[in-house]
Design a protein around this ligand. Structure first.
Ligand SMILES: Cc1ncc(COP(=O)(O)O)c(C=O)c1O
Ligand SMILES: N[C@@H](CCOP(=O)(O)O)C(=O)O
Length: 461
């Protein structure tokens, strides 16, 4: 499998290089040159596989030739061994034909564990083979950070620096990151928002001279391997409710567009998907783009679903590449027009986006009502991001005979503020996090200045 950049001028890479490269050198994002595709019969034959076996089937074409099969099997088995449910991604029925896919059964209680438990192992393997080291610089609105730290902390080949927006992640999320006191883990609270953090990560890829020769790597979903691992649970959940012989629909709480983009790829690979629903909070640029062709950047709101407080959605570029017929010149031109303030897509590109996605926006008040209503009717407690997903599912669902699966992206224990505002009781922390509030924390608070961040990183590697 070869990987090309959406902007067309970075070198074409194989999996091992894409894994370590993160952002492409031309500022674009890497995508597979050609996706594997499967017939309904082939997909149906996977129905009795375990999650781990299915993960191997789905991901193997993306890594083949770069990672030996036995090593890849080992990494997959280890990655999902720490999940607290034998199904790895279990489903819960919340109403007739309506399902919630629990993606928070991993060590840090959010869907990020699916990719980052594997990514750390993949990176470690490739770096050990090459006898190289990598400096990871990541941005988080709360969940990627702890999952990435958990996935990378034991590696001798990685130093990891995570930027989170100061006082804009929940206390549980912050402590999940800052209480990991390992020699290769550095937490930085930036006096800005998530977009500022992500912008600094991307700027650091563009000019890595501050690293004095060390190499930068990514754990955010700009890294192709993140997306790859997230494709698997679309297949596992569809198979669980009768796919591929019947279509299924998905509603996905969306911020950086990585998770739902993985669903779009599952569809391109042959999984019969009826609807893909983009569910947003008040930071609704994706909803406005899909519904009104308005990609204008507005100021970022602080919401009760802080992990989705994102305005610049990295992975939307991957979709726009397809929407422009994979013409990297057209895409590059579009990205520079965006940066100059032109915020509309061509009619053809917008039609492509609308043909593939529906969308809905949910505010904080409605988020809390949904948490309360669902708890009252089912005794099932949603986290605020999942509540947004479920509300969007119910509002956009076109054909009730098609099973609707909402991705439950985080455990409610991470967001007590929203749960309590919904007049529900926040659950207790799981056993492995019981003493989270007594643990020592270590993090640096820095100004929202690229030079400050880069000199902190350079000083500590
Ligand atoms: C809990 C939670 N839900 C949803 C999202 C949105 O996912 P994505 O950025 O892949 O769209 C995130 C973070 O990105 C998250 O942490
Ligand atoms: N919600 C994310 C934001 C970063 O998204 P990513 O998928 O690109 O890593 C977070 O929790 O950090």
């Amino acid at each position: 499998m070869k990987y090309v950049s959406t902007r067309g001028t970075a070198p074409v890479l194989s999996f091992g290089d894409v894994l370590l490269a993160g952002l492409a050198s031309d500022g674009g994002l890497y995508v597979p040159e050609k996706l594997p595709s499967y017939s309904k019969e082939e997909i149906a034959s996977w129905a009795s596989l375990s999650y781990q076996e299915l993960a191997f089937k789905v991901m193997w074409p993306f890594v083949e030739g770069e990672i030996p099969a036995d090593e890849f099997t080992r990494m997959i088995d280890e990655a999902y061994a720490g999940f607290n449910h034998s199904a790895v991604a279990p489903m819960v029925q919340t109403d007739s034909n309506e399902w919630v896919l629990e993606l928070f059964r991993g060590p840090t209680l959010a869907f990020k564990d699916f990719a980052l438990q594997l990514l750390g192992r993949l990176m470690d393997y490739v770096l050990a083979k090459r006898n190289e080291k990598l400096v990871i610089l990541g941005a988080t609105s709360g969940d990627t950070g702890s999952a990435a730290i958990e996935g990378c902390r034991h590696s001798d080949h990685l130093d990891i620096f995570i930027l989170h927006p100061y006082q804009r992640v929940s206390e549980v999320q912050r402590r999940q990151m800052t209480t990991v006191i390992d020699d290769n883990v550095y937490n930085i609270a930036v006096k800005g928002n998530f977009d500022d953090c992500q912008g600094m990560v991307k700027a650091s890829f563009a000019d890595q001279s501050f690293l004095n020769g060390a190499k930068l790597g990514a754990v955010n979903s700009i890294n192709w391997a993140r997306i790859m691992a997230q494709i698997v649970y679309y297949f596992s959940s569809a198979l669980a409710v009768g796919g591929p012989h019947r279509k299924v629909s998905f509603s996905v709480p969306t911020g950086n567009f990585g998770d739902i983009f993985a669903g779009y790829l599952a569809k391109q690979m042959g999984l019969p998907i009826d609807q893909l629903i983009v569910a947003t909070n008040q930071n609704d640029i994706l909803h406005r783009t899909i519904a009104e062709n308005d990609m204008s950047r507005q100021s970022l709101n602080v919401t009760l679903s802080p992990s989705m407080d994102i305005m610049v959605s990295s992975n939307f570029e991957r979709l726009l590449f397809d929407a422009h017929g994979r013409d990297s010149d057209a895409l590059t031109d579009l990205m520079s027009r965006f940066n100059a303030g032109d915020v509309t897509l061509s009619d053809e590109a917008w039609a492509y986006v609308k043909d593939n996605f529906d969308s809905h926006k949910v505010d904080d008040a409605r988020t809390c009502e949904v948490i309360a209503e669902v708890f009252e009717s089912t005794q099932y407690l949603l986290d605020p991001h999942t509540a947004i997903g479920l509300e969007a599912a119910r509002k956009c669902w076109k054909d009730k005979s098609v099973p609707m699966i909402t991705l439950a992206t985080a455990h409610p224990v991470k967001f007590p503020e929203a749960v309590e505002k919904a007049n529900c009781e926040s659950p207790s922390l799981p056993e492995h996090m019981k003493d989270l509030f007594e643990r020592d924390e270590s993090y640096e608070v820095l100004e929202n200045e690229l030079a400050d961040i880069q000199s902190y990183v350079a000083k500590n590697i």
